[in-house]
Write a protein that binds this ligand. Structure first.
Ligand SMILES: CC(C)(COP(=O)(O)OP(=O)(O)OC[C@H]1O[C@@H](n2cnc3c(N)ncnc32)[C@H](O)[C@@H]1OP(=O)(O)O)[C@@H](O)C(=O)NCCC(=O)NCCS
Length: 244
């Protein structure tokens, strides 16, 4: 197989191929984050060239994208997570600051091609792209793929679970660490998603008869339902990693 990386928007892509690549992998509620919706249009307009696709004989098999931002290299200067990275990238751009860091905000491997190491090739391409633009730092607020199996465990503890060989317990964290990335910090509120109780019922397929905390499908932490305010609030925990 001949895998190459190129900018996603370098040429038109087959809608069928893209639909196949992006089929599944994300819970419905993740698409209803109001903070993301506020920023994503400008992010795509300004930084669309930072989206890369891996092609296997011309067919898209993986894709990922990043935003450029300023970060001083210290843990306490990290954005709060995914949404804060979007906001910081826009604020840095608007203030005319020169970004020194790429924050890789999403990666997707074709559902039929997972487990083949394509994610590492995609991350390598994203790191190379950052370097070619003179940005030496690459950071990622990672959504650990098995965290949804342990929604009650704080991310601060989960991200440090290891296997007997010393590598992370979580498969997606493991891929990053195997490449030489380092866990920097927890991002317990990487995205905060709110909706009405009815909306959350639609997004999750569950019924919430009472106020309280609920474990939801593909949720990395519990959903809090408050019937007095007709609100459901979910905070998505991620883990900050830094690539070499
Ligand atoms: C997370 C994701 C990008 C990883 O891509 P990938 O190419 O499968 O990654 P890898 O090949 O490095 O696999 C990582 C680990 O998961 C395992 N794995 C992944 N998919 C698997 C599958 N379908 N069957 C069995 N094992 C699988 C691999 O064996 C590997 O474990 P190992 O360390 O024991 O070898 C991919 O699963 C994906 O697109 N998921 C949906 C979207 C998502 O969650 N993105 C990440 C959030 S930013």
């Amino acid at each position: 197989m001949t895998i190459i990386a190129e900018p996603m928007h370098a040429r038109p892509r087959s809608p069928e191929h893209l639909a196949g690549l992006f089929a599944g992998g994300w819970p419905e509620f993740i698409f209803h984050d109001q903070q993301t919706k506020r920023h994503i249009g400008r992010i795509r307009d300004l930084f669309g060239d930072l989206e890369l696709v891996l092609l296997d004989d011309g067919v898209p098999v993986a894709a990922g994208w990043a935003v450029p931002l300023c970060w001083n290299g210290e843990t306490d200067d990290l954005p709060a997570g995914y949404n804060d990275s979007l906001a910081r990238a826009l604020a840095d751009h608007d203030a005319g600051r020169t970004p020194d860091t790429h924050a890789v905000l999403a990666a997707q491997v074709h559902p039929g091609r997972q487990g083949e190491g394509l994610a590492a090739r995609l991350l390598t391409a994203l790191c190379d792209d950052a370097a070619s633009r003179g940005r030496g730092r690459v950071i990622c607020p990672v959504r650990p793929t098995h965290k949804s199996r342990y929604p009650l465990t704080p991310i601060e503890r989960y991200q440090h679970w290891t296997r007997p060989d010393g590598l992370p317990f979580d498969p997606w964290l493991r891929t990053h660490v195997r490449m030489g990335a380092r866990i920097l910090a927890a991002a317990p509120r990487s995205q905060v998603i709110t909706g009405t109780v009815a909306q959350w019922q639609t997004w999750t397929g569950l019924t919430f008869p009472d106020s309280g905390d609920y474990v939801i499908p593909d949720g990395l932490s519990p959903l809090h339902i408050d019937h007095r305010t007709d609100t459901g609030t979910y905070a998505e925990p991620n883990t900050w990693l830094r690539h070499r």
